[in-house]
Design a protein around this ligand. Structure first.
Ligand SMILES: Cc1cc2nc3c(=O)[nH]c(=O)nc-3n(C[C@H](O)[C@H](O)[C@H](O)COP(=O)(O)OP(=O)(O)OC[C@H]3O[C@@H](n4cnc5c(N)ncnc54)[C@H](O)[C@@H]3O)c2cc1C
Ligand code: SF4
Length: 578
């Protein structure tokens, strides 16, 4: 019999684990004993943690990831249903505050293997060269200790590993093209094209987005049904759960799921010796390790460092600068909704499929520094209903009427750069969680530059919506994408980690996730977070045992180890039509 295109279907064996309809991995994995002193313990197996785990295991290190959430079997655990997908998010208690409090929970990080890459929309624009020198150029924010040229090869590498679909020529920042061809347009994308074209604004169509526009190995292509932020049961959307974790396990890594790390232990000579954690039944354990890498997201990472205060680090581990928790950032993520006479049917596409970065850079004509992007967003009905409650104060019968009109609405999201401020910070609240650990208190305040930028971004996005032909336009104020709170820098007095993610205070303790970003641009951060993780991995690999035995800091840039990419990264793809 002729084989179907993607190989003959085989039901999972008893201990196999399904990731999407076709991809499967075989458990059990290698198991280390807690009395083994492993090389690296990674706290959190999310966007950054998943990439790091795969690279370190492939390079031959003994590495364990402790993940607070479950190891998803996507066929068993995920549903293409909005209300059935809340389990994907970190919904444990947190306290929010400040003059502009952030909505926490489903608006930020994931919980489970894959972390936030499970529920992300998978927009994957790169940061611009200007993002790495905001202070030098504009006198605000901060400079990074690295420049664009250092991260550029890692962008190119991760765009192949996910892989990313997008146009053959992307004009903003450092112009480049994408390995997979762009996606077809949905109704919202068409509206963005129409509005931008009418106003002479260039727009990128069909990506960049880490969703397959053609089959890739044992992953099928997108079927355009819009459940991307519910996980994508199909397996077309990239998450580290399906792109990097299978190879990590095949290379000898262990993932201990449902294990919540409670404290990092400081051993002798100002070096860490392992982590304390609670297993799924709430039993306490200790895993010995030669080095620890925290990859828990920009709320849980500072929370863990602060909860690990001990003699010598009374204000929190690695916090001699009093910078842990500070300079946390969220992007302005206002949603602008427009009603059209003709049906739009915004559910019939991935939410992420078109954008413009024409307003990304500082414009001297503006009364604020930095800029914003405008992107497609395609909320499903429940999210749309919530937006109507917020934007129009619709309720009862009024809300029902709006919901019946769902097919006529399009939504654009603005993504505005909010600068890093020291008073936007994560501290410890007095409240505790079910493990008795103090929960995070997240304080957020908009400053003048941020307010002016958001006002201008809202006006421009509204103008585009009207230019697309909308007859009614409303908007909901919201924020997206938390980063920062353990930032990298060259000066130990004003940053937590050096340019490789190594804490200035403790030479075998690293941070590797969105927390280390000094500024955030107005690009979605996920690609940058994973690219930085691959670079940190290359650094650790280049150091071999030196991290475990010496406090000396080698600051030479590592070489890119593309041969450590997951198998199948190269040689496939959908050719661009020229
Ligand atoms: C709805 C939504 C849509 C998004 N869309 C996009 C998009 O289109 N493009 C984009 O670039 N970004 C997007 N993002 C943002 C993106 O998901 C995050 O920026 C990214 O996943 C953060 O990566 P991370 O490695 O810092 O943390 P995460 O990926 O969140 O990983 C952290 C992991 O650590 C675990 N953990 C935390 N604390 C502990 C502990 N103490 N012990 C054990 N485990 C722990 C968590 O369970 C989690 O799995 C979106 C976010 C949301 C909420
Ligand atoms: S639209 Fe595509 S990427 Fe999104 S859930 Fe459906 S198949 Fe997955």
């Amino acid at each position: 019999m002729k084989k179907p295109l993607l190989g003959s279907f085989e039901a999972p064996k008893s201990r196999a684990h399904m990731l999407g309809s076709l991809q499967k991995i075989h458990l059990p994995m290698k198991r280390f004993s807690q009395s083994d002193e492993v090389d690296y313990v990674i706290v959190g197996c999310g966007s950054a943690g998943g990439v790091l785990l795969q690279r370190l295991a492939r390079a031959g290190f003994n590495v364990v990831a402790l993940e607070a959430g479950p190891f998803w079997d996507t066929e068993r655990d995920w549903v293409s249903d909005e209300s059935g997908s809340h389990q994907l998010y970190w919904e444990d208690p947190r306290v929010t505050g400040g003059s502009d409090p952030l909505a926490l929970g489903a608006n930020n990080c994931g919980r489970g293997v894959g972390g936030g890459s499970v529920h992300w929309a998978a927009f994957t624009p790169r940061f611009h060269p200007s993002d790495f020198e905001v202070y030098t150029r504009d006198g605000v924010g901060a400079d990074w200790p690295i420049d664009y040229d250092i991260i550029r090869p890692y962008y190119e590498q991760l765009e192949l590993e996910m892989p990313v679909a997008g146009p053959a020529y992307y004009p903003w920042g450092h112009p480049h093209g994408y390995p997979y061809g762009p996606h077809p347009m949905g109704g919202v994308g068409n509206a963005l094209i129409k509005g931008c074209t009418a106003l002479n604004i260039p727009v990128s169509i069909g990506g960049p987005v880490a969703i397959l526009s053609g089959s890739h190995g044992d992953r099928p292509h997108c079927i355009y049904r819009g459940f991307c932020i519910q996980g994508c049961k199909v397996g077309a959307k990239a998450s580290t759960l399906i792109t990097h974790v299978p190879d990590a396990l095949a290379s000898g890594a262990e993932i201990r799921d449902n294990c919540m790390v409670s404290r990092i232990e400081l051993g002798k000579n100002r070096r860490v010796s392992g982590v304390h954690y609670f297993d799924r039944d709430g039993n306490p354990h200790f895993q010995k390790a030669k080095a620890v890498i925290v990859a828990g997201y920009s709320i849980e990472t500072p929370r863990l460092l602060l909860n690990s205060a001990c003699p010598g680090f009374e204000n929190g581990l690695a916090n001699s600068s009093d910078t842990v928790g500070r300079y946390m950032m969220a992007q302005a993520g206002n949603v602008v909704l427009g009603r059209f006479d003709q049906p739009v049917r915004m559910y019939k596409a991935p939410p992420a499929h078109a954008l413009t970065e024409e307003f990304y850079e500082t414009n001297p004509k503006n009364d604020f520094a930095r800029g914003f992007a405008i992107q497609t967003v395609g909320p499903l009905p429940i999210a749309f209903g919530k937006e109507m409650v917020a934007a129009k104060r619709a309720w009862g019968w009024g809300l029902r009427r709006e919901m019946m009109d769902y097919n006529h609405w399009a939504t654009f999201g603005l993504l505005g750069e909010i600068l890093p401020w020291p008073d936007n910070r994560v501290t410890l609240a007095d409240e505790t969680d079910r493990f008795g650990l103090r929960v995070a208190h997240v304080s957020f305040n908009l400053h003048n530059n941020d307010k002016k930028l958001i006002k201008a971004a809202k006006e421009k996005t509204t103008e585009v919506m009207y230019a697309a032909g909308a007859t009614e336009v409303v908007q909901e104020a919201r924020f997206a994408h938390l980063v920062g709170a353990a930032r990298m820098g060259s000066d130990p007095r004003t940053s937590v980690v050096d340019k490789f993610g190594r804490t200035h205070d403790i030479s075998n303790l690293f941070v590797c996730d969105g927390s280390i970003l000094p500024t955030q641009g107005s690009a979605n951060p996920g690609l940058t977070i994973q690219a930085l993780a691959a670079r940190t991995a290359d650094y650790l690999i280049s150091q071999q045992d030196a991290i475990f035995t010496s406090d000396k800091r080698e600051m030479t840039e590592p070489i890119l180890r593309s041969e450590l990419a997951p198998p199948g990264t190269y040689g496939r793809g959908v050719p661009h039509l020229k």
